[in-house]
Design a protein around this ligand. Structure first.
Ligand code: FES
Length: 328
């Protein structure tokens, strides 16, 4: 026995008007759903920019200004944002934006030449006119103004801090900046730090390296501390912070934090079948790059996404159990 499917809601041969309208709307939605513009596919947020200005702003530090070749406005950013530069060799590196957020026509970065560092050497080699692929901006160090704030910058750590200082000044924040470095010649943007009465410049050459107490001397009770610089400086601030009475500490480091309290695990490369032992104090990325130097990375701190393999950020991900399996 075969069942006949009625052509309308009431079983009539001729579809009624309500049914026709329903079919029309349904068809329309189906077409929209299938239209190429609505397909769920990853959005490529890469920008092809050009170096429009290059300047040496301190010993070993170059500032680059990047703009779109057609001068189109660039995506907005806030103090603390960084961009990822895709360098001609295939390396990717994250650099803080250090210009003015309301300048929609260019991004400004400043990069210190790291002895033996391939990424910084390649950035220093970029000349005006050079094309650069940029991804971002993204913010892993957001600035949330509190009425009172201490900023601490160590050397090139001034790059994310400088836009924060300008934002604090505009918003009437009671701020203080401690800017430390080896010597004045090596410290960029010394002449563009805002109100000198609110700024302390301290160099190792003149006063010796700062102690932890020196670093947090101006921390405001109930206020915030924002710090960016080398790991020993940040470690000292972190250790001294609880005694300051300040309410919040925000830091950004140049290099990955050491793995503390980790457990050893096995890293399984599903496609090749290789199994690698990851010690307790190393990351999967460290171990992986010894056998797969082509695996890209940038921040090594879990915020840029460059090292993603499938669902894993191999610079920071560790398994709940003994094995981390990745699609390589
Ligand atoms: S290298 Fe940036 S998230 Fe892993």
């Amino acid at each position: 026995m075969s069942a006949t499917v009625p052509r309308d809601l009431r079983g009539r041969d001729r579809p009624d008007r309500a049914m026709r309208a329903l079919a029309l709307v349904g068809g329309l939605y189906a077409r929209i759903g299938r239209s190429p513009g609505r397909d769920p596919r990853p959005v490529d947020r890469s920008l092809l920019l050009t170096v429009v200005d290059r300047a040496v702003v301190a010993d070993g530090v170059v500032a680059l200004r990047l703009a779109a070749p057609d001068a189109r406005p660039l995506p907005r950013w806030q103090p603390g944002c960084h961009v990822d530069l895709h360098l001609p060799s295939g390396l990717r590196r994250a650099y803080s934006l250090t210009g003015a957020p309301d300048d929609r026509r260019s991004y400004r970065i400043a990069v210190r030449l790291v002895p033996g560092g391939t990424g910084s050497a390649q950035v220093h080699a970029l000349a005006p006119g050079a094309p650069v692929v940029v991804r971002g901006p993204r913010n892993a160090f957001p600035f949330v103004p509190l009425p009172r704030t201490l900023f601490v910058a160590g050397g090139i750590g001034i790059t994310p801090i400088a836009p924060m200082v300008r934002a604090a000044e505009r918003r009437g924040v009671d701020w203080h900046l401690l800017y430390t470095g080896r010597d004045r010649a090596a410290m960029p943007f010394l002449d563009a730090l805002g109100d000198p009465r609110r700024t302390t410049v301290r160099t190792d050459a003149e006063e010796g390296p700062p102690t932890a107490a020196d670093l947090v001397r101006h921390a405001p009770p109930g206020g915030a501390v924002y710090a960016c610089g080398p790991p020993p400086m940040l470690d000292a601030i972190r250790a001294a912070f609880p005694a300051t009475g300040a309410a919040a500490l925000h830091t950004e480091r140049f290099s990955p934090p050491p793995v503390v309290g980790g457990r050893p695990f096995r890293l399984v490369l599903r496609r090749s079948g290789a199994v690698l032992d990851v010690p307790a104090d190393r990351s999967a990325l460290d171990v992986l790059r010894a056998v797969r130097p082509d695996v890209a990375y940038s921040c090594r701190q879990g915020f840029c996404g460059t090292c993603r393999v499938g669902e894993h950020l191999v610079c920071v991900d560790r398994p709940a159990g003994d094995v981390l399996a990745i699609d390589l």
